[in-house]
Design a protein around this ligand. Structure first.
Ligand code: UDP
Ligand code: MG
Length: 349
């Protein structure tokens, strides 16, 4: 349970470098047409914000085009570019998680490769963080160049999500955000494998502020989120933060049991009044009783399953923002989870 000296970079070896002030993490899937422009704009924006003291972590998420070749060329030409090749397409959220695990910066900016989220906002985001925020997330005022269906489905999705989940996940917000080192460390320490990263960031808490911006059109290429992936993304989001769908069984079960009782009373009264054909009352009675018992039992199992599911995520019980006083204690864990040593860049995330 040894926390390494936070001022040292996670590079091993004698020439352990200091952390850069800023890491920019970009997951890329078939983005060959955007990479050059992305590098140019990120370099200009970061130079303006922190001088040369930044790194650009590009994650190749199993692209089928020339993305990886371009990434390695960029890394060869610019020492601040780190190119990471995943073994196959793991999906946006896992590619992003890999980038967060490998980023070394004091602050980490998450960006899409398609330049829909302007890197030029990094200056404003840094300023908001200087003023005390731990997370500065971009909130979309307008979305340019996206279909009506995409905008409508996104709006409906974020509103539904907010009703279903307990954590307050900001609306109209993607993964475009600047995070402090302690937020990134806590995020990387979360072991769950179905990762809805923006939800996890909200779950962590800390001081989060919004920065409104207009979302641009894609610089090049087409969206990597067809309807099928958007559905899977939405299901991950809901099930990661809510067991409400499981509770449906309980609610249905109790509702049906109550209705069955009323129906049973009616059947008994009808039988007592003598206006039923023989056998009807006993059959209906058995059907109603067994049916409602089954539903109630399914509901009980759903409740336990929900708790089991939440436990199985092994999220930290609490996350500490800071500890003041108490003398020097270098190995104080930073959150409720076992604090793990910082991942070295060479290690698999
Ligand atoms: N992406 C990825 N892996 C995937 C799908 C997407 O790394 O399997 C990246 C993609 O290259 C982009 C970001 O995730 O940098 C967001 O994807 P996209 O712009 O297609 O989503 P949209 O903006 O249309 O919602
Ligand atoms: Mg996009």
């Amino acid at each position: 349970m040894d926390t390494p000296d936070p001022s040292a970079g996670s590079d091993r070896g004698p020439a352990a470098r200091r952390r850069p002030a800023l890491s920019v993490v970009v997951p890329c899937f078939d983005e060959e047409d955007s990479l050059g422009e992305l590098h140019r704009r990120v370099a200009t924006a970061c130079d303006a914000a922190v001088g040369g003291n930044w790194e650009l972590v590009l994650i190749n998420d199993g692209s089928r085009d020339r993305t990886w070749a371009l990434m390695t060329a960029l890394a060869a030409g610019d020492g601040r570019v780190v190119a990471v090749d995943l073994s196959r397409n793991h999906g946006h959220q896992l590619a992003l998680s890999a980038g967060l695990a490998l980023a070394r910066g004091e602050r980490v900016l998450v960006l899409d490769a398609d330049l829909q989220d302007p890197p030029e906002l990094v200056g404003d985001m840094m300023a908001a963080m200087d003023a005390g925020a731990d997370v500065v997330y971009g909130q979309r005022r307008r979305r340019e160049g996206e279909t009506l269906f995409k905008r409508a489905s996104a709006a409906a999705f974020y509103r539904m999500l907010n009703r279903l989940v307990d954590v307050d996940i900001p609306r109209d917000t993607g993964d475009f955000r600047l995070m402090s080192r302690r937020v990134v460390d806590a995020l990387v320490a979360m072991p769950e494998s179905h990762r809805y990263v923006r939800g996890l960031v909200s779950w962590l808490g800390f001081r989060q502020v919004a920065l409104p911006y207009d979302r641009q059109e894609r610089y090049a290429g087409a969206t990597k989120y067809p309807l099928r992936r958007m559905m899977a993304f939405a299901i991950d989001a809901v099930t990661s933060f809510s067991t409400v769908p499981l509770r449906v069984a309980s609610i249905l079960g109790l509702g049906c049991a109550a209705l069955s009782m009323l129906l049973l009373i009616y059947a008994l009264l009808a039988w007592a009044g003598g206006d039923t054909i023989p056998g009807w009352t006993s059959v209906i009675g058995v059907v109603l009783l067994l049916g409602s018992i089954q539903l109630v039992v399914a509901g009980i199992m759903g409740e336990y399953l929900g708790r089991l599911y939440l436990e199985s995520k092994r999220r930290p019980l609490f996350v500490v923002r800071e500890v003041v006083g108490g003398g020097p204690e270098p190995s104080r864990p930073s959150n409720g989870a076992e604090s793990e040593p910082e991942p070295a860049r060479e290690a698999a995330p």
